[in-house]
Each structure stands twice: as structure tokens, then as C-alpha cells.
Design a protein around this ligand. Structure first.
Ligand code: BDR
Ligand code: CA
Length: 316
């Protein structure tokens, strides 16, 4: 049976690649896509989610609009996703409409109905955690309907990518991250420590363009825009495959090594706001609460994505 999942995201170039990969994975039953303020303001992440859903031929998946703002801090937006959040890619205006139910209520209703059926849902978070933290603040009991949260966010042994200490998704809503990491939901974390092991080089991009059939042009544009041209930082041309690793982890967890640790999120200090701190060696006296991915078999992960995105050629 396909794994029931909800994808909470802020598209965003790498969110878009993650969505397109998930759409062609029959192992995943995508119950809905929630958009949140993050890489772009909410109106734009909703629109991008609708457009990507149509590009992927998955208009059957409902899209829900979530929170307009982080819990407490002022919004910040992504710096590497271009003006509209999808680089220079121009997709047709969406025909599909956003659902009228709020994403937070969708999360609550989905978890409650899973609990009533004695089932559980896997949540995939590709952006700031505002929607989930708000849902947990409104109804903490929904944690009982969540099998696992697999999220992209944080930086442990790596430095931050938006501030010296902090990764974008954590810095964009550190208070939400604090709520979620305090919630006891079984959590797997794909942080910068993992995503910097999977750099999407121009050679990879050329191969994706070659295999991906009817989406090859927009996919190639998205991926080419993602090139940071920062060899000093990444060791090669290209950009880290952040959000798609969440989907790869769901499909092929054997390609990832994890270590358990207690994680704390700095949500008070100005200098280190949004920093994720892992207690690797039991200094806090508290039990581990997450599994942090420490190693990625990047070659096999790229092979997985070639296979997935080639399905768009099969379906042309
Ligand atoms: C994360 O920040 C966003 O810009 C990306 O979409 C990804 O979710 C990486 O730090
Ligand atoms: Ca994202």
C-alpha cells in the first residue's frame, strides 16, 4: 500500500523538484500539499505549488494555503530562487484553484481522521515549520496521527546558509521549529550536513534534461538557476539538492545513514537565532528526539532521481 503523506512546502526551486519527484512515485499517496510563507510570500508559494502540480500532471492533488507569517518574527524570504520563486521559469497561469480549507485545518483534520481510523500519516516538511507548529499549538493531540515527520532544515556540523549559524527554514521561523522539535513526533532531519553531500552539478543537470521528457525544459531551467557558482563552499559548481532529499529518504532510506541526537533550536539569541544544536554526546541529560542524517549515498540518490524523472518521458 502506498505511504500516505502530506507535503508542506514553500516552492521554491528545490521544493518544486521535490514535488515533481514525488508526483511520479506510486509508493507515495500524496493526500495534499500545504504551502507556507517562506522562500516567497504565501500568495506566491501557493501559486507556485498550483503551477508545479499542473506541470507534473497531478491536478488531482489538493493544494492548501497556510500561514501568512511566521509565529513571531518578521518574514524573510529566499535569496536563490529568483523573483517569482521558480528562477526564470515561466509556467502558465494555474487553472487549478487553491482549496478553501486552511492548511492548518487540513493538517488537523487529516491527523484526526487518521487517528479515528487507527492509521498514521507521514509529514514531509520542505519549508519553515509554521503550519505544523500552529496545528500542534491548536491541537497537540494530532501528534498521535503522525507516523513520522521527515524534514529539511537545520545545520549541525555545517555552518548556516542564511546566517553564520542558521539554515534558512529554521531561521525563517525558529519559534515554530522549537515547537515542533519539542513535540515528541518521531522526526528524521535532512540538514545542510546531508544536503551538502548531494550537489546538483551542471553534468547532473544535463542528464536530467536528457531523461525527463515533457518536463525537461522547465526542469532544466529550474536546475540551471540553482547553480550557486560557489566552488569554494560546495567543492564544485552547482547547488545542494536540499528538499528533494526528503522524498529520496522516503523512497530509499537505505541510501542514508542517521544518528540519533537531542536537538534544540535557538529562538532567543539574536546572534544565533535559528541555530540547531545537537546533543551528540549526551551532555544535556535528555533523550534523543530526532534522527539526523549524517551520510548520503549521493551517487545512488542521483540515480534514483534520474529514474523517477524519466517517468515524465514514459508518460509523454
Ligand atoms: C532550504 O531553504 C530554502 O531556500 C530551500 O527551499 C530549502 O528548503 C535550504 O536551506
Ligand atoms: Ca523549501
Amino acid at each position: 500500500m502506498a505511504l500516505p503523506i502530506i507535503i508542506d512546502c514553500d516552492p521554491g526551486i528545490d521544493d518544486a523538484i521535490a514535488l515533481l519527484s514525488a508526483f511520479v512515485s506510486p509508493e507515495l499517496n500524496i493526500l495534499g500539499i500545504c504551502a507556507v510563507c517562506g522562500n516567497q510570500p504565501l500568495e506566491r508559494t501557493v501559486r507556485n505549488a498550483l503551477q508545479i502540480t499542473e506541470l507534473g500532471g497531478r491536478s488531482d492533488i489538493p493544494v492548501y494555503a497556510g500561514c501568512y507569517r511566521p509565529m513571531f518574527r518578521a518574514p524573510i524570504h529566499g535569496q536563490f530562487h529568483g523573483q517569482n520563486g521558480l528562477g526564470k521559469t515561466e509556467l502558465p497561469p494555474p487553472v487549478k484553484e487553491v482549496e478553501s480549507l486552511h492548511a492548518v485545518n487540513f493538517l488537523i483534520e487529516s491527523c484526526e481522521s487518521a487517528i479515528a481510523r487507527q492509521e498514521k500519516i507521514t509529514l514531509c516538511s520542505l519549508g519553515p515549520l509554521t503550519n505544523l507548529a500552529t496545528a500542534l499549538s491548536m491541537k497537540p493531540s494530532i501528534a498521535g496521527g503522525i507516523e513520522r515527520l521527515v524534514l529539511m532544515g537545520g545545520a549541525y556540523r555545517e555552518a548556516g546558509n542564511r546566517s553564520m549559524t542558521s539554515e534558512f527554514n529554521m531561521l525563517a521561523d525558529p519559534h515554530a521549529a522549537h515547537v515542533v522539535f519539542s513535540s515528541q513526533i518521531p522526526t528524521v532531519v535532512l540538514s545542510l550536513d546531508a544536503t551538502h553531500q548531494a550537489i546538483l552539478t551542471p553534468e547532473h543537470v544535463a542528464r536530467f534534461i536528457a531523461v525527463s521528457g515533457r518536463i525537461s525544459q522547465p526542469l532544466g531551467e529550474l536546475m540551471a538557476f540553482w547553480d550557486r557558482n560557489d566552488v569554494r563552499r560546495y567543492g564544485s559548481r552547482g547547488g545542494p539538492l536540499h528538499d528533494p532529499l526528503v522524498i529520496a529518504y522516503l523512497l530509499a532510506p537505505a541510501l542514508f545513514t542517521t544518528e540519533k541526537a537531542r536537538v534544540f533550536v535557538e529562538h532567543e539569541s539574536e546572534l544565533c537565532m535559528g541555530q540547531t544544536v545537537a546533543d551528540w554526546y549526551g551532555k544535556s541529560g535528555q533523550e534523543p528526539n530526532v534522527e539526523i542524517v549524517t551520510h548520503v549515498n549521493a551517487e545512488k540518490v542521483f540515480a534514483l532521481f534520474y529514474g523517477l524523472l524519466a517517468r515524465y518521458a514514459e508518460n509523454s
